[in-house]
Design a protein around this ligand. Structure first.
Ligand SMILES: Cc1cc2nc3c(=O)[nH]c(=O)nc-3n(C[C@H](O)[C@H](O)[C@H](O)COP(=O)(O)OP(=O)(O)OC[C@H]3O[C@@H](n4cnc5c(N)ncnc54)[C@H](O)[C@@H]3O)c2cc1C
Length: 463
């Protein structure tokens, strides 16, 4: 579906409705909203709008619906698959100025927010109530983008992904209606679950303005463990057992020796350059944590861990998690001029070790440079494939590895993307993964957005 460019008269109309300071066609603002953190090519929108309230979103969407303009919601722009790139031009709605915490209800472990708030800022405000919002994608992401992508993070193994932590949404539909979805109850059997449909829809079904989030109590005791292994296979086997035996890690992250070396080089961490697991355990008191750890130590030992560091203090813990969260950035900084294609396949935990093996074989067969890490406790592999964007042969080689790993993940009952979303980068895998259900998805899209104005070109391959 073609979308016309926004006319100067309609830019003026947006300025009148929303305020001249909140609407820009300046080249630097268009550039800032033309690319995310991925290797996908940029595309400028025609105009960027910073709504200050839901009514501003309604006004912009109604104008877009009337004229057939594309509308792409935008939060921090940290996506890794081109999810917020306005590939059809049009209007970008940047939510970073709708960033208020509206109400914290500590007794219900809930909070209402505007979606432009960063999750780190939200957690700073929640800390004084002894609460936190668990999904932590690491980058400086905002709630709207986390909801858009159904983001997860290092603690998803214990607390779930964003979808598991959203109870209600305020949504502006493609024809400019405002809907309130879900409730404050932590469970419900009423109606179709439109909250779960909207979370992870990448702004293609509706634009989220507010959310009611489910919180958790801050854990009284935290234990962080760093374990090194002789091989990635041994580390993967330990991960499988840790999950199977119900040892309840709050985080269970894998890095191969090459990733540890990249982090050391970038951040001077002094870590052993061997396959490594970062683990975290949360419990009610020291004694409970100790007995939990006894079993963990048994598993680490059984799988030949060569070094286990525990008793890591709060400061060092923060340093380790920042390094882990920043692994991709470290790789990029260490290899200027290179791009990274990040595979995000996810499989049932019993198939994780096999997926890693096959991915290693695919990397070796193509002779490319690959860095292995990921949320191992969730069965989620991140394989960073380094390539020179100016070299067509290198681009093709990393795409062949990508296709081979994803095909294996789907055949193993998994998915092409555990958390980064489809965006533009995974469009080619959606049909293989969903089969005839893709047609149902297309009908849902047509019902909710008949003009195809909401973030066009994402999530569903052209039919
Ligand atoms: C170094 C690094 C590490 C990362 N690690 C992780 C990780 O561990 N786990 C993980 O899940 N992701 C990770 N990511 C990817 C990214 O940070 C997440 O997907 C994050 O949720 C994106 O949030 P954002 O605010 O940047 O959203 P954006 O990139 O701005 O938008 C994301 C999607 O949501 C849509 N959207 C934005 N606002 C709205 C709205 N109001 N209503 C409806 N749709 C909307 C956009 O159109 C887009 O499709 C990482 C990225 C980087 C750069």
């Amino acid at each position: 579906m073609a979308h016309p460019p926004v006319t100067p008269e309609d830019v003026q109309r947006l300025k009148t409705m929303i305020g001249p300071d909140h609407v820009s066609t300046g080249p630097s603002n268009l550039d800032l909203h033309s690319r995310d953190e991925s290797y996908h090519p940029p595309r400028r929108p025609d105009v960027v709008v910073w709504p200050q309230c839901t009514e501003h979103v309604v006004a912009a969407v109604r104008l877009a619906a009337d004229k057939g303009y594309a509308v792409t919601p935008w939060c921090a722009g940290t996506s890794l698959e081109g999810n917020p790139i306005p590939v059809a031009g049009g209007i970008v709605l940047d939510f970073t100025e709708m960033n208020r915490v509206l109400e914290i209800r500590p007794d219900d472990l809930q909070v209402d927010v505007e979606v432009g708030i960063q999750y780190r800022e939200l957690n700073d405000q929640l800390r004084r109530h002894g609460l936190f919002f668990p999904p932590d994608p690491g980058a400086w992401a905002c709630l709207g983008g986390m909801i858009g992508n159904n983001a997860s993070g290092v603690r998803t193994v214990a607390y779930g992904a964003t979808r598991d932590c959203v109870l209600g949404l305020e949504v502006v539909t493609a024809d400019g209606q405002v809907l309130r979805l879900g409730s404050r109850a932590i469970k419900s059997s009423s109606g179709y679950d439109l909250v779960r449909l909207l979370v992870g829809s990448e702004g293609t079904l509706g634009i989220v303005t507010r959310a009611t989030l489910r919180l958790r109590g801050l854990p009284p005791e935290v234990l962080t463990v760093v374990a090194t292994f002789p091989t990635v296979a041994a580390a993967c086997a330990a991960v499988g057992d840790m999950i199977r035996y119900g040892l309840n890690p709050a985080a269970l992250e894998l890095m191969d020796a090459a990733v540890v070396a990249e982090i050391n080089r970038d951040r001077d961490m002094g870590l052993d350059e061997k396959p490594m697991l970062f683990l975290e355990f949360h419990n009610v008191n020291d004694a409970a944590l100790e007995s939990q750890y006894e079993m963990v130590a048994g598993v680490l030992d059984e799988h030949g861990a060569v070094r286990v560091d525990r008793g890591i203090g709060a400061e060092e813990r923060t340093r380790l998690w920042e390094a882990r969260h920043g692994a991709l950035e470290s790789i990029k900084r260490n290899h200027p001029g290179r791009s990274v294609l990040l595979v995000d396949a996810c499989v049932p935990i019993s198939r994780y070790a096999d997926m890693v093996d096959r991915a290693k074989a695919a990397v070796a067969a193509e002779g490319v440079t690959g860095f292995f890490w990921g949320h191992a406790g969730d069965g989620n592999l991140h394989l960073g494939l380094l390539f020179d964007p100016a070299d067509a042969g290198a681009r093709d080689a990393v795409q062949r590895v990508n296709r081979s790993v994803v095909a294996h993940a789907i055949a193993a009952g998994g998915t092409c993307t555990g958390e980064h979303g489809v965006g533009v980068g995974k469009l080619g895998f959606v049909e293989a993964e969903h089969g005839p259900a893709l047609e149902v998805m297309r009908r849902i899209k047509a019902a909710l957005d008949p003009g195809g104005i909401l973030n066009p070109g994402k999530m569903l391959p052209p039919g």
